[in-house]
Every structure is written in structure tokens, then in C-alpha cells.
Design a protein around this ligand. Structure first.
Ligand SMILES: [Ca+2]
Length: 188
């Protein structure tokens, strides 16, 4: 009787874990990416290759030419409720080029997607650092990074995109647990 009940229980646990893993997936990973122009072979997909290497010679950063309002866009394939974008800035020089960039998310390709809802503004990201931007869920298929209002090179060494509040709560829970305890449990 016990043996008969094990497979159903195991399947249920596996399905739950698979559901969590799906929510924890980086939606942008190896998705189709575009940018306003490409300089030096630094194509848009290098920002979604799963490699945060921020050193230019590592060959894992995208870069536009010095465009007016340069932009980069990833197509997630379908609309998700995106709640988090993680950006890795260039690490060997020119950290300030990212200053003033905007993260825009939505389903429109009007103005190359740069008119979609503003999720967050990037004030700055230190040299070679990876910065996480959390925001309220925004429904969208396209995630854009755009630098409005000036002529600039847009360099992105990695852009990651995540969905749902659940993934955030789960990952925060995992971080808390790995750090030695659950705050809620301690408060009780
Ligand atoms: Ca990369």
C-alpha cells in the first residue's frame, strides 16, 4: 500500500519542483535580441548568452554604435508578467555609459519597443557589477534597454529577465534559508 502511494506523491513533488524551476527560469536566456546598431561584432545576443563576463575581450558583451537614443531589445517569445531585470555592466572601462538608461517592458514594437512601460531607470551601475531591478509586474513580451536623450554607446554584458512575484519570494526564501534561518520563523 505504501509502495503504491509513493509514485503519486513523488510525482506531485516533482511537478511542484518543476513549476518552481520554471518560474525561476531566466526568460531572456538565449532569446532573440536586437539593437539599434552593432559595433565591432558585439551583436545583441551576447547580452543573453548566459555569461556575465564583463571584460570586453571576453567577447560576451553587446554594443551599439554611438547612436542617438541607442536601444537593445530581447523578445521573450510571449508575454510574461515580468518583475525583475538584472543587468551586468561593462567591467574594464566606460561604466558611466549606462547612466540614465531605462528598462521598458510591453507588447508594442512602436518606436522599436522603446515606448513601452517604464519599469525602472538605471541611475548607474559600477564598473563590471551586476545590478538587480525589482518592480511591480509588467505584462510584456519585449524587454528594452534604451538610453534616451543623448548620443551614446550602449554596452550590455548580460541582461536577465524574471517573472512573477512567486519567483521573487521563492528566491528570497532560498537566500534567507541558505543564510541560516527564516526571518518569519525566528519572529514567532
Ligand atoms: Ca554575456
Amino acid at each position: 500500500m505504501v509502495l503504491r502511494s509513493v509514485p503519486a506523491t513523488a510525482w506531485k513533488i516533482m511537478a511542484t519542483i518543476m513549476s518552481w524551476l520554471h518560474m525561476l527560469r531566466n526568460l531572456a536566456l538565449r532569446a532573440t535580441a536586437f539593437q539599434s546598431s552593432t559595433l565591432g561584432g558585439a551583436v545583441a545576443r551576447k547580452a543573453v548568452d548566459g555569461n556575465r563576463n564583463s571584460i570586453w575581450d571576453g567577447g560576451s558583451c553587446s554594443r551599439t554604435d554611438r547612436d542617438r537614443n541607442p536601444w537593445w531589445r530581447v523578445d521573450l517569445g510571449k508575454a510574461y508578467k515580468v518583475t525583475r531585470v538584472i543587468i551586468t555592466n561593462r567591467g574594464d572601462c566606460y561604466a558611466e555609459r549606462i547612466n540614465g538608461a531605462q528598462i521598458r517592458i510591453g507588447n508594442s514594437l512602436e518606436n522599436n519597443g522603446n515606448n513601452n512601460e517604464l519599469a525602472e531607470a538605471v541611475v548607474s551601475i559600477p564598473l563590471g557589477e551586476t545590478k538587480t531591478f525589482n518592480f511591480k509586474p509588467i505584462n510584456g513580451r519585449y524587454v528594452n534597454i534604451v538610453i534616451p536623450g543623448r548620443n551614446e554607446f550602449l554596452t550590455l554584458c548580460e541582461v536577465e529577465s524574471w517573472r512573477t512575484q512567486a519567483s521573487r519570494h521563492l528566491s528570497q526564501g532560498m537566500q534567507r534559508n541558505s543564510g541560516g534561518g527564516n526571518r518569519a520563523q525566528r519572529a514567532r
